[in-house]
Design a protein around this ligand. Sequence first.
Ligand code: ZN
Length: 451
Amino acid sequence: MTITMDLDAKSLDIEGLGLDMYNLIAELYPICRSITGDGVRKTLKIIQQHIPLKVHEVPTGTPVFDWTVPKEWNIRDAYIKDETGKKVVDFQNSNLHVLNYSIPIHQKMSLSELKEHLFSMPDRPDWVPYRTSYYQENWGFCLSDRTLQSLPEGDYEVYIDSSLEPGSLTYGELLLPGQTTDEVILCCHSCHPSLCNDNLSGIALVTFLADYLSRQTLRYSYRFLFMPGTIGSITWLSRNEHRVSSIKHGLTVSNVGDSGRLAYKKSRRGNADIDRAVIHVLKKMSQEYTVSEFSPYGYDERQFCSPGFNLPVGSLTRSQFGTYPEYHTSADNLEFIQTSALVNSFETYLNVIDVLENNHTYLNTNPKCEPQLGKRGLYSTLGGKQTTPDDRMAMLWVLNLSDGEHTLLDIAERSDLNFSTIKNAAFNLANSGLLKIYSSSAKKAVPVNSR
Ligand code: ZN
């Protein structure tokens, strides 16, 4: 078993990665997605140019726990024309203009009849809201309040060329096998149309994280899921119930491209390794962040953390859903996200994965009093480099707490040193024969292979 994997971002072309993520978002932005339909298929096809996603189709009507896979929705065109034949609202300009899951309609009606189906934001008169009606058949249009207020009395032609028919729900999945079958799951939602932060940013981060990890030697197996919100994770969980005992850590990924500070919402367990790993990484990143307790609202962690599963799945975002004015509006566009924020989020995820991958438990092979580090060349230099006071403290902490009872994350938390400093100390001590890895599952110490 390889004991030290450096998954920090040093070996990455960070600038190139930021552009790659941004460009993928820009490519996916115009596509009209929903919880089902061709927009999702087209999206997954584009992601397949980067990673070998497996695409699953689950037929309409399939029971999934207390829910049923809905009819499939597709849309080709939609508009509202005034009496002169001028399009006052046009789906071709923005897919947000149509209430997502609108049933087809082609009818003339008065402005007052029409207004019952129009949605705007009076407090943000130039923005178009994003609205859905997945589970109640309806039709509608979303438009800026400025356009709405400018509509004169008269008859309007309303046209929505959509279909709501038996079909299937589509989701994408990629499993990267590691040295163990224990899994880390990373999931993002693939159902939002032209919205960048929520959640094309999550799709882009997960895609390039999967691409990066596919080129590494990994301890855990990684499962990446691209699914529509709520119904997607319910569907996945109902089809994969036999698999969930392998899930050791998980995160839902969304809102990772805006300039807000990083925010972590804990899993329902509250003290799972994923909670501790993320909080440790955030604490050591010398930038502002927030941590909040679990609540049964938000993204798909709601399903993974339902009491029948109670999986260790948290949510690592930047600005949290519903807390920024651009959320679920046309202002969540390509200008709202930044490559620097995408990159910072990516590095944070990578640091968390580095903790999970390297969070071993060791045994001090020389536990009676401190071993003499100087005669082993460990005190003043490490790996050819001058040691820092933190390096020396890290070695002392690792030696002291490596009794088979403490993981490296335990030691990082207790010493208040960076996990990477603790990890490097453990690596060097192990190479000098002062530590051996402790396999708690086998209940015996196993020898350590050097890198
Ligand atoms: Zn959303």
